[in-house]
Design a protein around this ligand. Structure first.
Ligand SMILES: NC(=O)c1ccc[n+]([C@@H]2O[C@H](COP(=O)([O-])OP(=O)(O)OC[C@H]3O[C@@H](n4cnc5c(N)ncnc54)[C@H](OP(=O)(O)O)[C@@H]3O)[C@@H](O)[C@H]2O)c1
Length: 413
């Protein structure tokens, strides 16, 4: 019969490193690594130079019982080559497991990070160790794409960010729907560069993950298909991850030249650009309405195609009229309901070189990065309408003057 050994006491306090704890640190780590994996070169390197962890700007935390026994440990390593911090070598003696010692160690690391202005901590883990992954998630670590792992046994990379500090820094939070490509992608990068905390959404998770891993300031993502009813839950999840939302930026959209009037193209355009847009923009509006403490903004890309009906792209052109009209309605609604904390912006670009226009013969295509710069400038000034650029501004001015009887005879393609 196997007798389970119980800890004489599970009461621990957390101490920082002293060299007398070196052998405990090595013992606890050897114990769990040899149970589940094998000792690697990186482990031997760490065990041979434990004191270096502290000397190089990191720290080691020990969970010590009332009897002076070391029940658990973990290290916060500083990597000066890329100014990053890593949570590593977390180990709890099997004798003391089930007493939340890992959680206490983790909390001590977060507390230490906050006191020392450390905003981001990485860790490499293994998904076989389900309890430890659950622990890290409960501490606020989330999965990011794995890259250059230092240990063979690791198959997951996780990252923690000090959201509390970010909030007290008064950084504004923006959500970019349709951030995986084209104008939305560029706007997300520019907002992040200008100090916003950005959450991105779209259907392509690989791109969203990569954006978050590669861009400081892009702090969260959520896979959202605006055409699915559960997209509104996705939006709330993303807002939760961000700890709030000051700006909702809607760039999700599709479009076709459809002279053949293919039904699928027409209907899917209406579904995404009208229904999907109204679903998400409406939810963003309701969220901000319920958060009057937030001075919020909703910005949506319509297009200069909203100006007049374009025969070569009926659904697209009409969907942009719908979008623009919808935004005007929401503006008026804020007046009717005396809502003072929601500002609406209608963004109307001319032709922009993005995947949407790939292979199309349209003239005067604008550079997506420059268009995004103008959009963010306009957003930061809280402009109600942003038309890009001045040439298109002039063009739509003249379009509007053309009488209907003449317009419908024009062969614009
Ligand atoms: N390019 C132009 O000339 C131009 C001019 C005026 C206005 N606009 C408007 O600007 C917006 C962005 O267009 P773009 O040129 O940047 O095109 P794009 O590069 O094709 O980007 C479109 C974005 O919409 C997202 N999207 C499409 N369907 C979606 C869905 N069902 N759910 C969630 N996201 C969806 C895509 O993400 P996923 O594929 O990852 O879902 C992608 O991020 C569109 O509304 C477009 O009509 C474009």
């Amino acid at each position: 019969m196997i007798m389970k050994k119980y800890a004489p006491t599970a009461r621990v306090h957390i101490e920082t490193y002293k060299s007398e704890y070196r052998s405990d640190f090595i013992r606890l780590n050897r114990e769990w690594i040899e149970t589940f994996f094998r000792i690697e070169d990186s482990d031997i390197e760490t065990f041979s130079h434990v004191d270096k962890i502290v000397e190089q700007g990191g720290q080691i935390f020990l969970a010590v019982t009332d009897h002076g026994e070391v029940a658990g440990c973990c290290a916060l390593k500083h990597h000066s080559e890329n100014e990053s911090y890593e949570l590593a070598q977390m180990a709890v003696s099997p004798l003391y497991q089930g007493h939340h010692i890992g959680h206490q160690l983790g909390m001590a690391v977060m507390e230490y990070a906050r006191r020392h202005g450390i905003r981001r901590i990485y860790l490499e883990g293994n998904t076989r160790l389900k309890a430890s992954i659950a622990l890290f998630r409960s501490l606020g670590f989330r999965e990011i794409p794995l890259q250059n792992n230092a240990y063979e046994r690791c198959d997951i990379l996780m990252c923690w960010e000090d959201e509390q500090q970010n909030r007290t820094d008064n950084k504004h939070s923006a959500i970019v729907m349709g951030g995986t490509s084209g104008i939305g992608y560029e706007v997300a990068l520019i907002l992040a560069k200008r100090g916003w905390r950005v959450g991105v959404a779209g259907r392509r998770e690989d791109i969203l993950k990569k954006m978050m891993a590669e861009t400081d300031g892009i702090v969260a993502y959520e896979v959202i298909d605006v055409n699915k009813p559960q997209a509104v839950d996705g939006l709330h999840t993303l807002i939760g991850k961000m700890g709030g939302m000051d700006l909702y930026f809607h760039s999700s959209g599709i479009g076709y030249q459809n002279v053949a009037l293919d039904a699928d193209k027409e209907l899917s355009t209406i579904e995404t650009n009208c229904l999907g847009m109204a679903r998400l923009v409406g939810e963003a509006f309701r969220y901000l309405e319920q958060h009057p403490e937030t001075d919020g903004q909703i910005a949506v890309i319509s297009s200069i195609a909203r100006t007049k009906g374009l025969g070569a792209a009926p659904a697209y052109s009409a969907s942009k009229r719908f979008t623009s009209h919808y935004l005007e309605c929401l503006c008026q609604l804020t007046s009717i309901r005396n809502i003072r904390n929601i500002h609406i912006t209608d963004i109307r670009p001319g032709f922009v070189r993005t995947p949407l226009l790939q292979g199309s013969p349209f003239p005067m295509q604008l550079d997506a990065r420059r268009v995004a710069e103008s959009i963010v400038d306009g957003l930061e000034k809280r402009k109600p309408v942003i038309t890009i650029n001045w040439l298109y501004h002039l063009l739509v001015f003249f379009w509007q003057m053309i009488p209907r009887a003449i317009w419908i005879r024009m062969k614009i393609r």
